[in-house]
Design a binder for this molecule. Structure first.
Ligand SMILES: Nc1ncnc2c1ncn2[C@@H]1O[C@H](COP(=O)(O)OP(=O)(O)OP(=O)(O)O)[C@@H](O)[C@H]1O
Ligand SMILES: [Zn+2]
Ligand SMILES: [Zn+2]
Length: 803
């Protein structure tokens, strides 16, 4: 078994297959599938993933693996297969699929170095100056030197120097320093007696270790003996004491004590819902469930008790929660029940913290992982349940390459492990609900809220009427009165503002000029604190102009409603309201999110004002009023899911009110209150909405009736982009069936981002078994243009972002 099949870290079509390498004698028995190795590839040394170890190869001369990067495989047998599946279903390179499964810290980085091949005497003067007696210099030093790249190229050609790629593992395990005696106790005593009395500190330290000969944290030792490292040093130098380093985990939740919770006796509805889940756990059967439960119906308790059964059975559980719902409150519910058996993975953790949480999973020190999308790749080997909470959230779809959907990955893993997958939501996606109607997913329903609490009453306010009645503020009379009423009663209010489409743009009142980003086709957003305009796509920034760049009028102003602006007018309207504002600006600092929510929970504020961040997962008993400021801001996005998203968001936000004993009330302000998604959301009528929306989807041939594939072409040259898209459309017409509907070429809704033009083509189809093959063919045709001409082709088989 001295041959390894390796996927190399070179993401191109030609290299997207396993390469055979010889395992050198010294590494036979060490190299195993799932490990990362360092291999020669062309002139460089790069990283690769070992897929298989075998003794067969059809090649006669093989290069040798140079080194191993891991001693324990980072990919399990199952994950190796899963990566292949992801690569084939989303059309990404194998190596990209494997990278996506690993924590960021494990992604290899390369450093370029220039190596000297000749003797120093034989060097040209310029090279001698560069190397200055060294054998290796970092590549960046070339830039700083007087040498040009072409001169270096010449020297490489002459065989004087050579470029080397050094693979750098970024992973860093955090270590702590411990001190232990390096010699037996009786020797310590001898040395103690031989140490002169004046060397007080040293005698103190020796006496300490004579009494306690165990290892001790260096920091603690120094504190205890009130001394410094300087007095330790002579003892360490003489090897009387030794330093040892131990790996510690960076655990952001370590300092926290979680109050242990015990399972609630389930309600009848919960009991009915959990039984089939428990049965499939017991029978080790893969069943996909859709748990449709209104907000506050106790879905989480159903998850917790299912997980308990899995753990009792000695198996493991993965729980996915959308990033923005992964609040401290949420974490607490899982840690409260399962304590240190839980690892948490989300993007607010530092790369080091994420790596440490992942290591706990890899080492089987935890049995439950709660995390955002990428936690679906947790390297467990004995999974008993996978839960996806708020399954309708579009953040489960990765919008970067590789474009996988966590729900599909969950089902794939569920099949492998013969375990149930539970998709939970108060507002399931049309796709999932349609599958449940057809019994592809088994439907479980929770119709009632806990404590028989009723769903909060929703009042729709027509903002057009407010305007006609002379109210120019962003608060309707009703909303304002109700806020004042709650403040008086000592109850709390949640105010929701949709972030997207409602950022603050800058417009000239004279000529109507809107300030746009010079690199992207979108309006710049005004940031008050810095008095600057920023682009949210490319992070271009510029100062707020004082006069209009187009007509030189000084009436240039910002428009639109950001959370800051709402806060300001709220302050004017109700001066004694205590407001907590939660948005990207106030939660940027680590732990800020949590601090603000704790403040609100402790009733240090009357109003929680925020964006999407506050729409999910919050469970505060004292909240009796929810206000939605602009319900229709999502409705007008160029996206066939905009009605569905509006319905989901309104239902979720409304669900924050009246969750415990106090009854709740919701005010929804809108310019189009008659729209069916707003109206039906206000009546919590999911089924009617489902029926109505399904009709629309059928008429306009959208999912779940049709599959969609979005192909985006981008390039800095406008004409070239159009031309390539046109050719691709023609190619697709020639190669797909007559049933496929091919739309395009059309400019993408965002036609230019970061100085690149974007055109797209949409394919709607019901059954195209050759689609993946045809797409692969396209990539081959354009391979050279992609590699050399800066062309980008993106294929999304399940597009959610249509921008
Ligand atoms: N069987 C039970 N007995 C008593 N209280 C319960 C029970 N199950 C859940 N609860 C409590 O009811 C409240 C609502 O439950 P939970 O948050 O699990 O609902 P949910 O359906 O997950 O809500 P959402 O979708 O809005 O997040 C919580 O405070 C929870 O602790
Ligand atoms: Zn921009
Ligand atoms: Zn102007």
């Amino acid at each position: 078994m001295n041959i390894a099949r390796v996927i190399v870290d070179v993401p191109t079509s030609q290299t997207n297959r396993p390469f055979d390498y010889k395992i050198p004698d010294s590494l036979i028995g060490v190299v195993a599938p799932g490990m990362r190795v360092i291999i020669p590839f062309g002139p460089r040394k790069i990283m690769g993933f070992v897929l298989e170890v075998t003794d067969q190869t059809s090649f006669t001369r093989l290069k040798k693996i140079q080194d191993v990067m891991d001693l324990t495989p980072v990919l399990t047998h199952e994950l190796i297969q899963l990566g292949r599946w992801i690569s084939e279903t989303t059309l990404c390179f194998y190596v990209s699929a494997y990278q996506a499964m690993l924590p960021q810290l494990l992604k290899a980085k390369y450093e370029k170095e220039l190596w000297l091949l000749a003797e120093h005497e034989d060097l040209t003067e310029d090279l001698e100056r560069l190397f200055g007696g060294r054998g290796v210099v970092p590549y960046e030093e070339i830039e700083a030197s007087s040498l040009s790249y072409s001169q270096i190229q010449k020297r490489i050609h002459e065989g004087l120097v050579e470029v080397h790629y050094k693979v750098k593992g970024k992973e860093t395990k955090k270590k702590e320093t411990y001190i232990v005696p390096g010699i037996p106790s009786h020797r310590l005593e001898e040395i103690y007696h031989d140490t002169p009395k004046q060397a007080k500190k040293q005698r103190l330290i020796l006496a300490f270790f004579i009494e306690y000969p165990d290892e001790i944290l260096q920091k603690k030792l120094l504190e205890e003996l009130k001394t410094t490292r300087a007095s330790l040093k002579p003892l360490l130098d003489k090897e009387i004491l030794k330093t040892v380093y131990k790996e510690v985990y960076r655990d952001p939740y370590q300092q926290r004590e979680y109050e242990r919770t015990t399972p609630f006796p389930l309600t009848e509805e919960q009991q009915e819902a959990i039984e089939p889940v428990l049965a499939s756990i017991e029978d080790k059967r893969h069943v996909p469930f859709l748990l449709h439960g209104v907000t506050g119906s106790g879905k989480t308790e159903v998850y917790l008790q299912s997980i308990q059964q899995v753990l009792d059975d000695g198996r493991e559980a993965i729980v996915l929660v959308p990033e923005i719902a992964l609040t401290p409150q949420m974490v607490e519910r899982f840690k409260g029940r399962f304590g240190s058996r839980v690892a948490v993975l989300h993007s607010a953790l530092s790369a080091g913290e994420k790596f440490d949480e992942w290591r706990k999973i890899q080492r089987k020190e935890v049995q439950v992982v709660v995390g955002a999308r990428s936690a679906i790749f947790a390297p467990f080997e004995n999974i008993g349940i996978i839960i996806i909470d708020e399954e309708h959230e579009s953040s489960y779809k990765q919008e970067d390459y590789p474009r996988y959907h966590a729900r599909d990955v969950a089902i794939e893993r569920g099949k492998y492990h013969h375990c149930p997958v539970v998709l939970g939501s108060a507002t399931p996606t049309l796709e999932s609900f349609a599958r449940a109607q057809k019994d592809v997913y088994k439907l479980l329903t929770l119709k009632k809220r806990m404590n028989n609490a009723s769903m909060p009453e929703v009042e729709l306010v027509d903002m057009r009427k407010e305007l006609h009645a002379g109210n120019r503020s962003m608060f309707s009379i009703q909303l304002r009165e109700k806020i004042e009423d709650r403040i008086q009663k000592g109850e709390q209010v949640v105010l929701f503002l949709n972030r997207r489409g409602y950022s603050t743009f800058v417009m000239c009142r004279d000529c109507g000029e809107v300030k746009e980003c010079p690199h992207c086709d979108i309006a710049l957003t005004y940031h008050r604190k810095a008095e600057r305009l920023k682009c949210h796509y490319c992070s271009h920034e510029e100062p707020m102009p004082t006069i209009c760049p187009s007509c030189e009028s000084d009436t240039i102003r910002y428009f639109g409603t950001g959370t800051q602006k709402v806060e300001e007018s709220l302050n004017q309207l109700i001066p004694d309201a205590r407001i907590i504002r939660m948005d990207v600006d106030t939660t940027r600092r680590k732990g800020a999110h949590e601090r603000l929510l704790t403040k609100f929970a402790d009733k240090e504020a009357d109003i929680l004002l925020g964006t999407q961040m506050i729409a999910k997962g919050l469970d505060f008993g004292n909240v009796t009023l929810v206000g939605v400021l602009a319900a229709d801001s999502l409705l007008h996005l160029p996206d066939f899911r905009s009605s569905e998203k509006t319905f989901q968001l309104l239902t979720q936000v409304s669900g924050r009110a009246g969750r415990h004993t106090l009854p709740g009330e919701v005010i929804v302000q809108s310019y189009t209150p008659e729209h069916y998604s707003i109206e039906m959301a206000s009546q919590y009528d999911f089924e009617s909405f489902y029926k109505k929306e399904m009709k629309m989807r059928k008429t306009f041939r959208y999912p779940p009736y049709y599959f969609l594939t979005l192909l985006t072409v981008s390039h800095p040259n406008h004409l070239y982009t159009m031309d390539v898209t046109q050719k691709i459309v023609q190619f697709l017409r020639d190669h797909l069936s007559d049933q496929a509907i091919i739309l395009g070429p059309t400019p993408s809704p965002l036609t230019r981002i970061k100085d690149r033009y974007r055109y797209q083509c949409m394919i709607k189809y019901r059954n195209e078994p050759t689609l993946h093959k045809v797409m692969n063919r396209l990539f081959q045709i354009y391979e050279d243009a992609i590699q050399q001409k800066d062309l980008q082709l993106t294929i999304d088989f399940q597009p959610y972002q249509l921008m």
